[in-house]
Write a protein of this length. Structure first.
Length: 254
């Protein structure tokens, strides 16, 4: 799933959604504040139904906070001419996921920036503060998205037409035409404020050295370039050694 996420490989996401079921996916989206009606079709697993930017950006606040969604407010406060607050809305926060699963998801979304579809526009461009995000591109390049966040700030951008009457440009993916604007905005913000501390990893998570090509436990016979330390929710970590790289060669049993 990590590779599918940072590489925007749709088939893996569709298979996961179909395994969970459309109603489960729709219910999860609602818990994150998505109010747009979502049809129970497999295509929704890769975002075939459009939603309002404010909804999806607010949903990402649950990732930035490791599990708690912030309900967006259009007006933060109203002050009189002396600066006294005459009205202020009550902030609403709703828990939607435990910190362990959220941290794992955030760590995967970090890879979107560190080596995935947003690498060139964010990490390679010099923005290396703790951050994660996801690019998005619709068929025929009529819409492009990027929603990214640090541990204290979520920002999202959509580029497209009010009506899907024309493509933006050939190969105009979210990582190409939207993520650079996000990087420019974030760089301006953090030029004027301290860098945020990275997300704190929950102590309950466990780590295993795996073969990056198979997902099984790495063995001395796995190529060193495929060795990778990966974090897991307790009980989901692999227990079997890589069956491909063996003492007598790939896929051979001694």
């Amino acid at each position: 799933m990590r590779k599918a996420l940072y590489g925007s490989r749709n088939l893996a996401t569709i298979k996961l959604g179909m395994a969970l079921g459309e109603q489960t996916v729709i219910g999860e989206a609602k818990s994150y504040g998505i109010t747009t009606p979502l049809p129970p079709y497999p295509s929704i697993h890769i975002g075939a139904k459009g939603v309002r930017p404010i909804e999806i950006i607010a949903a990402y606040s649950a990732f930035a906070t490791l599990g708690t969604r912030a309900v967006p407010q259009g007006i933060l406060r109203v002050e009189d001419r002396e600066g006294n607050i005459v009205w202020q809305p009550q902030q609403v926060h709703q828990p939607v996921m435990d910190a362990e699963h959220t941290w794992l998801l955030v760590d995967m979304m970090k890879d979107v920036i560190r080596r995935g579809t947003a690498y060139s526009a964010v990490w390679k461009a010099g923005f290396t503060l703790p951050a994660a995000g996801k690019t998005g591109t619709t068929d025929q390049y009529t819409d492009a998205w990027f929603i990214g966040y640090t541990p204290e700030l979520v920002a999202g951008m959509w580029v497209g037409y009010d009506y899907q009457r024309a493509i933006l440009e050939h190969n105009a993916g979210g990582g190409k035409i939207v993520a650079p604007a996000w990087t420019s905005f974030m760089r301006d913000v953090y030029d004027r404020r301290p860098a945020p501390a990275d997300w704190i990893r929950p102590d309950s998570l466990v780590t295993r050295e795996v073969d990056d090509s198979t997902g099984y436990l790495a063995t001395p016979f796995c190529p060193q370039k495929l060795h990778r330390w990966e974090w897991f929710y307790p009980g989901t970590e692999p227990t079997q050694e890589c069956p491909v790289h063996r003492v007598l060669g790939p896929a051979l049993t001694p």
